[in-house]
Design a protein around this ligand. Structure first.
Ligand SMILES: [Zn+2]
Length: 52
């Protein structure tokens, strides 16, 4: 039916039209979440290294 839709680029996160796989808004959001995750990992890593 509307297989042409696949040709249209949409954000995989919010599904909105975007020339990139992930639109700018979601990209920034993910970047922020990743940063927070990194903080968490670093925190956990610190306690882990404390064992050594
Ligand atoms: Zn998006």
């Amino acid at each position: 039916m509307e297989e042409k839709k696949e040709k249209k680029h949409v954000c995989t996160i919010c599904g909105k039209q975007s020339e990139a796989t992930i639109c700018h808004a979601c990209e920034e959001k993910i970047r922020g979440e990743a940063l927070e995750k990194k903080k968490d990992v670093e925190k956990a890593g610190r306690t882990d290294t404390g064992r050594r």
